[in-house]
Write a protein that binds this ligand. Structure first.
Ligand code: GTP
Length: 597
């Protein structure tokens, strides 16, 4: 296809504002798939995405559209992930297209994630077409949303297109706007090949599938190509496009978006943002801006049943093949036995991986406290990157500790502002900005990442009844008064409950954890002290009283089958427990103990 007849775009939206529904509608309107094959929300392929209603992997589709000017156009939609953890992936897919549809739910208005993603689109010099969705609903208020888009985002909303992705109203206008308002891609067909790696994923039949945007030159089937970040050379087996099912084409020219396969075994070997060129007469300079994504949140994953360790290893290895941003190494814990220390892009990423291990592989897990990477500066001048509080060196050898900070943007209706400010303040936040747009406030806080990784989202949602939206980016490291706090149960330290905490907060955190554990640990035949300590110094203590009677004592001797039932119940309950010295601690205690409320 010649460049003048190609349009490449992405859809920017907050979760639930209707991105997938709109994409489905565009596909349907142009008959890209037959009605029969039109599954609802075609683009959200993975089950887990569908269930959580979150798009995790970027997907793409090629649409053919005959415009009102009578010409045939190829429209390539790249579907971007909608969550903050995947900001880097979003920024890469934005570089692969020239324009964006900004979808805003006209019954809701602009949200923090919309902001973050739209700024990425602006950074990538996109032409942006605002699309106001859900106009079929009575609560739809186009004027209010238009005003917000102009006030909060600062882009012209006069040409916004009102649509209902549900009824199909306005969809033709969207297609026309893509053709008439978005620029055609540029590129030199005769230059050496430069294709940007936008995304990749593992397919059981085809191996790794690589989604590319050709910038210059031509990508041909049969060519030998080089991945410039690591120098690896592969023979291209297939070149094709998504309609949305895979269809082979002989080649992809400049401006085009499609896939290649090349017998690549691991997704790890295909880094998002990498430049692909030909082995011979290739480009010498890669495309700018490549950086491999780095995990920022770490936690330990242990099987509840130690016998499942090998199954867990297998599950983690498989997941890692498909996810270059997920790191793992073996870990042993005195309390939990063998497991893995895993690194994630953020909390959502952590939850998704944990869920998949539990559901797809059927392994019950104990998850230890999420931790960030601390920079521990030693007296001898060296610096240790601490991923796990259990590895904290002897404090007398430590000079100072730095922790990662974030810039958080929160959009919230007025009436909840006070609670949000208090929450941020409680989490050691420093307010940087506070502005209003209509009846909503936008607050910007500088916060320690460590205070956000436990349950900040949950708390934010609960204090605002779900009306706040949240987005963050990492800003850098700052020194603070941080210490390692241990929890001792029956005088034994439970390493999985060790956390790094600010000195001023240690006592209240310690007390809260001891109280929680007291409620969560069942009584035993003996008295159990539960303590929080820094170094050798106990800073909080609770005592769990001893149990007097056996549960079966309730049965007044007689009924044997009832006694047996109770014992079976106990046994099943035991499976969900971990033994520490002589004490059984239930699995849920590990996460619950860390929640702050
Ligand atoms: P993520 O994939 O989670 O980012 O969400 P999304 O932005 O893709 O939203 P999705 O398309 O899944 O739509 C969210 C909900 O809004 C779904 O229940 C849709 O059925 C509904 N919805 C989408 N568009 C419209 C619309 O025009 N009118 C009405 N009434 N509902 C809509």
């Amino acid at each position: 296809t010649d460049l003048a007849h190609i349009r490449n775009f992405s859809i920017v939206a907050h979760i639930d504002h209707g991105k997938s529904t709109l994409a489905d509608r565009l596909i349907q309107e142009t008959n890209t798939v037959s009605e029969r094959d039109m599954k609802e929300q075609l683009l959200d392929a993975m089950d887990i995405e569908r269930e959580r209603g979150i798009t995790i992997k970027a997907n793409t589709v090629r649409i053919e559209y005959t415009a009102r000017d009578g010409e045939d156009y190829v429209l390539n939609l790249i579907d971007t992930p909608g969550h903050v953890d995947f900001a880097y992936e979003v920024s890469r897919s934005m570089r692969a297209v020239e324009g964006s549809l900004l979808v805003v739910d006209s019954t809701q208005g602009v949200e923090a994630q919309t902001l973050a993603n739209v700024y990425q689109a602006i950074d990538a010099d996109h032409e942006i077409v605002p699309v106001f969705n859900k106009i079929d609903l009575p609560a739809s208020d186009i004027d209010r949303v238009a005003e917000q888009v102009e006030d909060v985002i600062g882009i012209d909303a006069s040409g916004a297109i009102p649509v209902s992705a549900k009824t199909g109203e306005g969809i033709r206008e969207v297609l026309e706007a893509i053709v008439t308002r978005l620029p055609a891609p540029k590129g030199a067909p005769d230059a050496p090949l430069k294709a940007m790696l936008v995304d990749s994923w593992y397919d059981a039949y085809l191996g790794v599938i690589v989604l590319v945007r050709v910038i210059d030159g031509t990508l041909k089937k049969g060519a030998r190509v080089r991945f410039m970040s690591n120098g690896a050379v592969h023979g291209v087996d297939r070149v094709g496009v998504f309609r949305p099912t895979m269809q082979d084409v002989g080649e992809l020219g400049p401006g085009e978006i499609g896939f290649l396969t090349a017998s690549i075994k691991q997704v790890r070997d295909t880094r998002v943002g990498d430049t692909i060129t030909t082995e011979k007469h290739g480009a010498t300079e890669p495309l700018p801006g490549f950086k491999p994504s780095q995990p920022v949140v770490f936690c330990g994953l242990f099987p509840v049943d130690n016998a499942e360790f090998e199954d867990l290893r297998d599950a983690i290895d498989k997941l890692a093949l498909n996810d270059a941003s997920f790191s793992h190494e073996m870990e042993t814990s005195a309390a939990l036995g063998f497991g893995f220390r895993c690194g994630f892009l953020g909390l959502l990423h952590l939850e998704v991986i944990r869920d998949r291990i539990e559901r797809e592989y059927g392994i019950d897990l104990v998850t230890t406290a999420p931790s960030v990477i601390y920079h521990v500066h030693m007296r001898d001048g060296s610096m240790i990157e601490l991923h796990n509080p259990a590895d904290m060196p002897d404090p007398t050898l430590v000079d100072h500790i730095e922790e990662p900070r974030i810039k958080a943007t929160i959009l919230v209706p007025d009436e909840y502002l006070g609670d949000v400010l208090k929450l941020c303040q409680d989490r050691r936040g420093i307010q940087e900005d506070l502005t209003y747009a209509g009846s909503r406030a936008m607050v910007v806080y500088d916060l320690p990442l460590n205070e956000v990784v436990f349950d900040f989202y949950d708390r934010l949602k609960s204090v605002t009844k779900g009306y706040a939206s949240f987005d963050y980016q990492m800003t850098g490291y700052r020194q603070d008064n941080l210490v390692k706090m241990q929890i001792l149960v029956n005088e034994e330290p439970v390493d999985a409950l060790s956390i790094m905490v600010h000195r001023d907060r240690a006592e209240s955190r310690g007390r809260a954890m001891c109280e929680k554990l007291k409620d969560l640990i069942p009584r035993h035949m003996f008295k159990i002290p539960i303590q929080a300590a820094i170094g050798g110094k106990v800073i909080a203590r609770e005592t769990l009283a001893a149990l007097r009677k056996d549960v079966t004592a309730k049965c007044y001797g007689g009924d044997v089958s009832r006694k047996k039932k109770l014992l079976d119940k106990q046994k099943a309950g035991k499976k969900k427990m971990r033994q520490f010295g002589k004490v059984d601690i239930p699995q849920e205690a590990f996460i619950s103990a860390l929640k702050m409320d």
